[in-house]
Design a protein around this ligand. Structure first.
Ligand SMILES: C[S@@+](CC[C@H](N)C(=O)[O-])C[C@H]1O[C@@H](n2cnc3c(N)ncnc32)[C@H](O)[C@@H]1O
Length: 243
């Protein structure tokens, strides 16, 4: 059964009219997008009652900024070539903006694209809050920007950035205890990206230096296009293509 996404203020008033893009957004389980005094969050109304929001300032991303591996992190190694340590990056599948944030804190100028309207609202809200932070707000305003376009498929200018980063959705084992509750609801909202093969072709048109594609370890190459170059972690592989 399909459920219309509810859009509410914290005291339960409908805010549907303020979010026309979500008018027809349906999910298999009931969810509400709730605007509280401090943030916008997606709440699962049944089951785990998990809650999803973007937080660049505290939580795992705040910790990672202060204590993560800096330039040694796999995503940074995958995206930044030695000759250009702070490239202009397009993150074509921004999602909750975690990878893009890591890249931005390492000095990359990241332009994010996200097409799912719920995820876009969560991302824009997290970004707005982070822009106001006295410590990292001005760096983020410079380095981490959400494109008004939803997809790189709409970009016509070729060779407009150094690197394009792709991290399309991959099917998850729903029952796996290893998949955190918030990520399970993220997968319910976004589904599987069936058309990600086309993204690689377009990414190769837009990138001057490289395209980096994140895949789960053991997954086939995106679009069946193989490359011998990759950066590996315990659970993932970043395949590197040179246009
Ligand atoms: C696995 S998530 C990305 C997670 C992200 N790397 C992070 O660190 O939070 C994939 C995201 O890409 C988005 N997406 C997939 N194909 C897209 C496309 N063609 N254009 C824009 N966004 C796309 C999906 O809506 C989803 O939010």
């Amino acid at each position: 059964m399909a459920h219309h996404l509810q859009i509410l203020s914290e005291n339960g008033n409908s805010l549907s009219e303020e979010y026309p893009d979500l008018k027809d957004f349906c999910t298999q389980e009931p969810f509400a997008l709730v605007r509280t005094e401090s943030r916008v969050e997606l709440r699962q109304l049944d089951g785990d009652r998990a809650c999803l929001y973007v937080d660049f300032l505290s939580g795992p991303l705040g910790y990672r900024r202060l204590h993560g591996g800096g330039a040694g992190q796999a995503v940074v190694k995958a995206v930044c070539s030695r000759s250009r340590s702070t490239p202009q990056v397009i993150d074509a599948t921004a999602g909750m903006g975690r990878d893009a944030f890591v890249l931005a804190t390492q000095g990359c100028h990241v332009l994010m694209f996200e097409r799912n309207p719920v995820v876009r609202i969560l991302l824009a809200d997290g970004l707005e809050r982070a822009y106001r932070d006295p410590e990292i707000g001005s760096m983020l305003r410079e380095n981490l920007v959400l494109s008004p376009l939803c997809s790189i498929m709409e970009v016509t200018e070729e060779k407009c950035c150094d690197t394009v980063y792709l991290d399309p959705m991959f099917p998850v084992r729903k029952s796996s205890a290893l998949v955190k509750k918030d990520m399970r609801i993220f997968h319910q909202i976004v589904g599987i990206d069936e058309d990600s093969n086309m993204l690689l072709e377009q990414a190769l048109r837009l990138a001057k230096c490289r395209v980096a594609v994140k895949r789960p370890k053991g997954a086939p190459f995106l679009g069946g296009i193989s490359t011998p170059n990759c950066v590996e972690t315990k659970s993932h592989r970043f395949d590197l293509y040179h246009p």
